[in-house]
Design a protein around this ligand. Structure first.
Ligand SMILES: NC(=O)c1ccc[n+]([C@@H]2O[C@H](COP(=O)([O-])OP(=O)(O)OC[C@H]3O[C@@H](n4cnc5c(N)ncnc54)[C@H](OP(=O)(O)O)[C@@H]3O)[C@@H](O)[C@H]2O)c1
Length: 262
C-alpha cells in the first residue's frame, strides 16, 4: 500500500510521534488532516510542511469530549470525504496508585486512549468500508500486552484498544480496508520526558515514525518496535504468573493518574 499522495487523518499530531508522522508523510506528498487540542502547535507544524496550509488542515479538538469528536467527523465527512486512512495516535500516559484509585483520572485515560479512537472509527469507517479501501491504524502500546506496575489505567486502556481493532479486523476481513495496531515500546517524546523510571531500549521519534510508515506500507497488522523490547514483552507473555509478579513487583512507585489537565 503506497501512502504517497493519500489524504490521512492523524490525531495527536501536535507533538511526539504524531507530529513526526505528519512530517514524514507530508514529505511523501500526503495531504494531512491534523488534530489535537493545541491548535497553535498544529498551525506551526503545518506552516513548515511541504504544501503548507494550502494542502493540509488543522483542527483543534479535545478527544475526551465526544461532541467535539462528532463535530470534527461531520466536518471531515462533509469537506474531506476523499479520506484514505487514519492514524488514531492521540493518547495520554501516566501513573496509577492502587491504594487510592482515581476513578475520574482512569476514566479520562479511557476517554482519550480508547473512546477518542473509537469515536473516529465509528463515524468514519463506513466511508472506507463503502469504498472497500483505505486503512485504520491506532497507536496502542506494548504496555497493553500484560499488566504493568503503577500503570493499570494506561495498560488497560491500550489493551482495550488493541482488542477492539483485533475484533474489528476479523469482522471486516474481506472489506478491503486495512487495520493496523501500532505498539511502540519507549520512544523519546514529551510523554516519556514527563514520566519517571527506567526506559529500556528507548528510540528516537524519527525512527519510530519511519518504522510505523514502513509497517503501514507493507500492510502489517501488528507494528511493534523496537525489537528488543518486543522480545522482552514476548518473554513476559510466556512467564508463569508467579515469576512475572516477582520480577515486576515494586518496579515503579505508585503515581497519580493524569486527569483532564494533562
Ligand atoms: N512515547 C512512548 O514511549 C510511547 C510508547 C507507547 C505508546 N505511545 C503512544 O503513542 C501515542 C503518541 O504519544 P507520544 O509519545 O507522541 O506523546 P505526546 O508527545 O505527549 O503526544 C500525545 C498527543 O496526544 C494528544 N492528546 C493528548 N490528550 C488529548 C486530548 N484530550 N484530546 C486530543 N488530543 C490529545 C496531544 O495533543 P494536545 O496536548 O495538543 O491535545 C499530543 O499531540 C500515544 O497514544 C501514546 O500512548 C507512546
Amino acid at each position: 500500500m503506497k501512502l504517497a499522495q493519500q489524504t490521512i487523518l492523524i490525531t495527536g499530531a501536535s507533538s511526539g510521534i504524531g507530529a513526526e508522522l505528519a512530517r514524514q508523510l507530508a514529505d511523501r506528498g500526503c495531504r494531512l488532516l491534523l488534530t489535537a487540542r493545541r491548535g497553535a502547535l498544529l498551525d506551526e507544524l503545518i506552516a513548515g510542511l511541504p504544501g503548507g496550509s494550502q494542502r493540509h488542515c488543522a483542527f483543534s479538538c479535545d478527544l475526551s469530549c465526544p461532541e467535539e469528536v462528532e463535530s470534527l467527523c461531520r466536518t471531515i465527512l462533509g469537506e474531506h470525504a476523499q479520506l484514505d486512512g487514519m492514524i488514531l495516535n492521540a493518547g495520554v500516559g501516566g501513573g496509577f496508585n492502587a491504594a487510592a484509585i482515581d476513578v475520574a483520572g482512569l476514566r479520562y485515560q479511557f476517554e482519550v486512549n480508547f473512546w477518542g479512537a473509537v469515536g473516529f472509527i465509528a463515524r468514519l469507517s463506513p466511508l472506507l468500508l463503502e469504498r472497500r479501501k483505505g486503512f485504520i491504524a491506532v497507536t496502542s502500546s506494548l504496555a497493553g500486552y500484560r499488566g504493568l506496575p503503577a500503570a493499570a489505567a494506561y495498560s488497560a486502556s491500550k489493551a482495550a484498544l488493541t482488542r477492539f481493532i483485533e475484533s474489528m479486523r476479523i469482522d471486516c476481513r474481506r472489506s478491503g480496508v486495512h487495520f493496523a495496531v501500532i505498539s511502540p515500546g519507549f520512544v523519546r517524546t514529551p510523554m516519556t520526558e514527563r514520566g519517571e523510571g527506567l526506559r529500556p531500549f528507548m528510540i528516537d521519534v524519527p525512527r519510530a515514525a519511519a518504522i510505523i510508515i514502513r509497517g503501514l506500507e507493507r500492510r502489517r497488522y501488528e507494528i511493534r518496535f523496537p525489537w528488543l523490547m518486543v522480545l522482552l514483552v514476548r518473554f513476559g507473555l510466556i512467564l508463569p504468573e508467579g515469576l512475572y509478579m516477582k520480577l515486576l513487583a515494586g518496579r515503579r512507585k505508585p503515581q497519580p493518574t493524569p486527569g483532564a489537565g494533562s
